[in-house]
Design a protein around this ligand. Structure first.
Ligand code: ADP
Length: 518
C-alpha cells in the first residue's frame, strides 16, 4: 500500500519522496489505525489525508475550521486531479441536494465541511448515506478547551464518528499542540497517545528575532526598504494599526497590500490573490490573514505587535519560509502590547477559568520577549520538546552587540517622572526632559523642575524611544487604560539608589536579505 502511496505522491503532486512524518502517518492510516499527527506549519499535513483518500474506497470527510479556504483547497485538488467538493452555508438548497446526490454516487474522493455543520442533526443523518471511510480533522487543536482556538462544534466530532454506519479511520492533524492539548485531543478522540506521530516543531530555516525599545515604524520602513524584492507579511493587532503601517509603506513606494476584517470580501480576496501571485511584495494584515495560505516564498514575517500567545505567534511566524529557504521572523516588542492584550482578555465574555488560562498564556508570550537564551529553544520547549539545541542564529544566539551603560540617563528620566508626580504619560515626560516650551509644560510649571531640559541634546522621539526601552527593562511601569501614566518600579528605585545598572545594546542593524538591492 505504501508503494502505491508513493506512486500517487508522484502522480498527483509530482513529489519524489515523503517528508519527515508523512510516511509514518500515512502508513498508520492506511492500515486502518486512528492517528494523530503533529507537524509544524508548512510541514505538509494536507498530504497526510489527501494521499490516503486517493487509495481508500469511498470518501474522506475533512473537517476544517475555515469556510473561506474550502474553495481554494477544493480548486487545488481539482487541479491535481483528485475529485473533491465542499458543503457549507454558501450553497443554495438545490446545490446542496445536488452535491449530496453526487457524493452518494461516489463522484468525489474528498468532502470538506466546517465543524458547525455538525450542529445540524439532519446533516449528520444525511452523512450516513455517504460511504465515508476516513474522517480527517484539520487544525485538531480546536477540539481542546486548552487550545488557543477552541471551537465548541469540534466536540461534536466523536459523536459523528459513532453515528456513521461503518467506523471510519480517524486522522487528527495540528501544528500547535502543547503536551496538554495533545493529551486532550487523544482523550476526546480515543486515540492512544503513545501512538501519536510528532515530528517535532523545529523549523530549521527560520531565524527568530525579538526587538525591544526601538521605534517600530522606523524599523519596518528600513527593513522593508532594504529587502524590497522579498515577499513578507507584517502582522499588526488592530485594523487601525494595519491601515497605518500600510499607508506608511505605501508612501515609501513599497508594493504593499493590506488585509483585515473591515474590508469587503471582494477586496480581501483581491489583496490575498495579488500577494499570492507576487503582484504585491508585502502584505500588512491582522491575524485574520494567513490561515491555510500556502505561499512558499515568504522571506520574512514581522510582528508589529506581540500576539496574545505563543501558539498564535508560532503559527503566524511559521508562514515564513515554507519553501525551506532561510527566512526571518521578527517580533517588535513594546510593553504596551501586554497591557492591550491583557485588556482584551479581561474584556472578553469568556468564563473566569478561561480568562485565567489566557492570561497565563499571555505571560508565556511576554516571557519569550524577555528571554535571553536561544529563542527557538524557548519555542520548542513550550511545545513539549525536552532538550532542544541552540539554533545559533536567533537574535539572542547571535547577539554580539556591545552594551552601553545608560544608568545616568535612566536616573534622569526616573527622577523626572517622580518629580512630575507619576501622573503623566510618555509624551509629557519627554517634553519636560527635552525642555519643551509647550503650554501644558508651562501651565504645570514643569519648566521649574531641576530635571527640565536635562536631555535637551536629544530629540523628543529619541527620548520616547528611550522611555520605551526603559519600560521593556521594567524600570518604568505603565498604568492600564487608554492614557497610560508612567511610574517608577521597584527595580527603577534600585537604579535611582545606584544599586542597579542599566545597559542598552546598540541599535539593532537591519539585515539585508536581498543581495542585489539598492
Ligand atoms: P501544512 O498544512 O502542514 O501547513 P501543507 O500541507 O499546506 O502544510 O504543505 C506545505 C507545502 O509543502 C505545500 O506546498 C505542499 O505542496 C508541500 N509539500 C507537502 N508534502 C511535500 C513533499 N513530500 N514533498 C515536497 N513538497 C511537499
Amino acid at each position: 500500500m505504501l508503494t502505491k502511496a508513493k506512486q500517487n505522491l508522484l502522480h498527483y503532486y509530482g513529489y519524489e519522496s515523503f517528508r519527515n512524518g508523512q510516511e509514518q502517518i500515512i502508513s498508520r492510516v492506511l492500515s486502518g489505525k486512528d492517528t494523530i499527527g503533529i507537524m509544524p506549519t508548512g510541514g505538509g499535513k494536507s498530504i497526510c489525508y489527501q494521499i490516503p483518500a486517493t487509495l481508500l474506497p469511498g470518501i474522506t470527510l475533512v473537517i476544517s475550521p475555515l469556510i473561506s479556504l474550502m474553495k481554494d483547497q477544493v480548486d487545488a485538488l481539482d487541479q491535481v486531479g483528485i475529485p473533491s467538493t465542499f458543503i457549507n452555508s454558501s450553497l443554495s438548497s438545490s446545490e446542496y441536494n445536488g452535491r449530496l446526490r453526487e457524493l452518494q454516487n461516489g463522484d468525489y474522493k474528498i468532502l470538506y465541511i466546517a465543524p458547525e455543520r455538525l450542529e445540524s442533526p439532519d446533516f449528520v443523518y444525511q452523512l450516513s448515506s455517504i460511504p465515508i471511510s476516513m474522517v480527517a480533522i484539520d487544525e485538531a487543536h480546536c477540539i481542546s478547551q486548552w487550545g488557543h482556538d477552541f471551537r465548541p462544534s469540534y466536540l461534536r466530532i466523536p459523536n459523528l464518528i459513532e453515528q456513521l454506519p461503518n467506523k471510519p479511520t480517524v486522522i487528527a492533524l495540528t501544528a500547535t499542540a502543547t503536551p496538554q492539548v495533545k493529551k486532550d485531543i487523544c482523550h476526546l478522540l480515543q486515540i492512544d497517545e503513545s501512538t501519536a506521530i510528532v515530528t517535532g516543531f523545529e523549523r530549521e530555516n527560520l531565524s527568530f528575532k525579538v526587538i525591544k525599545g526601538q521605534n517600530r515604524l522606523d524599523f519596518i520602513k528600513k527593513y522593508v526598504r532594504q529587502n524590497r524584492n522579498e515577499s513578507g507579511i507584517i502582522y499588526a493587532a488592530t485594523r487601525k494599526e494595519v491601515e497605518h503601517v500600510y499607508e506608511v509603506l505605501q508612501k515609501e513606494g513599497i508594493s504593499v497590500g493590506r488585509y483585515h476584517a473591515g474590508l469587503s470580501d471582494k477586496e480581501r480576496t483581491n489583496q490575498q490573490d495579488l500577494f499570492l501571485n507576487d503582484e504585491l511584495t508585502v502584505i500588512v494584515a491582522t491575524n485574520a490573514f494567513g490561515m491555510g495560505i500556502d505561499k512558499s516564498n515568504v522571506r520574512y514575517v514581522i510582528h508589529y505587535q506581540m500576539p496574545k500567545n505563543m501558539e498564535s505567534y508560532y503559527q503566524e511566524a511559521g508562514r515564513a519560509g515554507r519553501d525551506g529557504l532561510e527566512s526571518e521572523c521578527i517580533l517588535l516588542y513594546s510593553a504596551q502590547d501586554v497591557q492591550i492584550q491583557r485588556f482584551l482578555i479581561e474584556q472578553s465574555t469568556e468564563n473566569i477559568d478561561r480568562q485565567k488560562q489566557e492570561l497565563q498564556k499571555l505571560l508565556s508570550m511576554k516571557d519569550f520577549c524577555y528571554y535571553e537564551g536561544c529563542l527557538q529553544s524557548f519555542i520548542l520547549r513550550y511545545f513539549g520538546d525536552e532538550n532542544p539545541k541552540s539554533c545559533e542564529k536567533c537574535s539572542n544566539c547571535l547577539d554580539d552587540r556591545s552594551s552601553i551603560d545608560v544608568t545616568t540617563d535612566c536616573q534622569i528620566v526616573l527622577s523626572c517622572i517622580i518629580r512630575m508626580g507619576e501622573r503623566f504619560g510618555k509624551t509629557m515626560v519627554a517634553s519636560v526632559l527635552t525642555g519643551s516650551k509647550n503650554q501644558k509644560v508651562l501651565d504645570f510649571r514643569f519648566n521649574q523642575l531641576s530635571t527640565y531640559g536635562l536631555l535637551k541634546d536629544k530629540s523628543a522621539k529619541d527620548v520616547t524611544d528611550f522611555i520605551d526601552f526603559l519600560i521593556s527593562e521594567q524600570v518604568i511601569g505603565m498604568t492600564d487604560g487608554k492614557f497610560p501614566l508612567l511610574y517608577v518600579t521597584t527595580s527603577g528605585k534600585e537604579v535611582l539608589l545606584n544599586q542597579r545598572k542599566v545597559m542598552r545594546k546598540e541599535q539593532m542593524t537591519v539585515k539585508v536579505l536581498t543581495v542585489n538591492d539598492e
